[in-house]
Design a protein around this ligand. Structure first.
Ligand SMILES: [Zn+2]
Ligand SMILES: [Zn+2]
Length: 243
């Protein structure tokens, strides 16, 4: 089994350690045919990419694609779920500039409406210790991400179940209906083996990505691959692995 592309890598445009060129050269060294540069969306207060930087990144990637013939470089964004209506931090202009759209739950965003702020920063953390709230939060988080899946052309949900708990079966079903894949993330524990097995009961497809924050980690998907093997994911359902 071999990884052919890594679709989730970070650079200095958010909080990664390497430049776009560093990630691309690392990917070439590892024999990848494709790499996506997906820094955090502009809604992230601490390390989100600024909107104007996305257009700078576009230019850099277009030039690197001219320079390197052996690899295809995609510009993406790892967008943030911004509220419980499924709004994300990507507008039409950004959508036109990028090649791939990733979406995940992250802390570090400030929802515009007070209700979402309360759910995200108060109910979500305390629901982890108060069992009677858990089901309600899982439902709310799941609804939010499904609304986003139905509203935007999302290619991939990153680390589903990390940061905010989700009903993976429902997310997998909604994702499949919209051609959105789920990520088995090598840098986070989700999807876990148990959650991969749940997702497998729907027809959704998967990516196994590094979520590299430094160039040396690009293409390093061993942890994700191990979980996929343990959960017995058929290889044809993993979009970036070949047998
Ligand atoms: Zn993430
Ligand atoms: Zn990431």
């Amino acid at each position: 089994m071999k990884i052919i592309g890594d679709y989730h890598t970070h650079t200095i445009f958010s909080h990664g350690k390497g430049t776009i060129r560093d990630n691309v050269e690392a990917a070439i060294d590892k024999g990848l045919k494709e790499i996506a540069i997906c820094d955090h969306g502009p809604g992230h207060r601490l390390y989100g990419v600024k909107k104007k930087e996305i257009f700078e990144m576009r230019k850099i990637i277009d030039e690197l694609n001219q320079e390197y013939e052996d690899i295809n470089i995609l510009l993406g964004v790892e967008a943030n779920v911004m509220d419980y209506n499924g709004t994300i931090d990507i507008d039409e202009e950004i959508l036109k500039a990028i090649d791939i759209l990733l979406l995940g739950f992250h802390y570090g965003i400030i929802p515009k409406d007070g209700g979402s702020r309360f759910k995200f920063y108060f109910l979500n953390p305390i629901s982890k210790v108060l069992p009677f709230l858990q089901k309600r939060m899982v439902n709310l988080n799941t609804e939010a991400i499904i609304k986003a899946i139905n509203k935007y052309p999302i290619d991939l949900i990153t680390h589903p179940g990390s940061k905010a708990r989700l009903d993976i079966k429902k997310v997998a079903k909604a994702a499949y209906n919209r051609g959105t894949a789920l990520e088995i993330n090598s840098n986070h524990s989700q999807l876990s083996v148990e959650n991969i097995k749940i997702a497998l009961t729907e027809k959704v497809e998967f990516y196994i990505n590094s979520d590299a924050h430094e160039p040396s980690m690009v293409g390093n998907v061993n942890k994700g691959l191990e979980r996929a093997l343990e959960a017995k994911v058929p290889i044809h359902r993993i979009k970036n692995i070949e047998g």
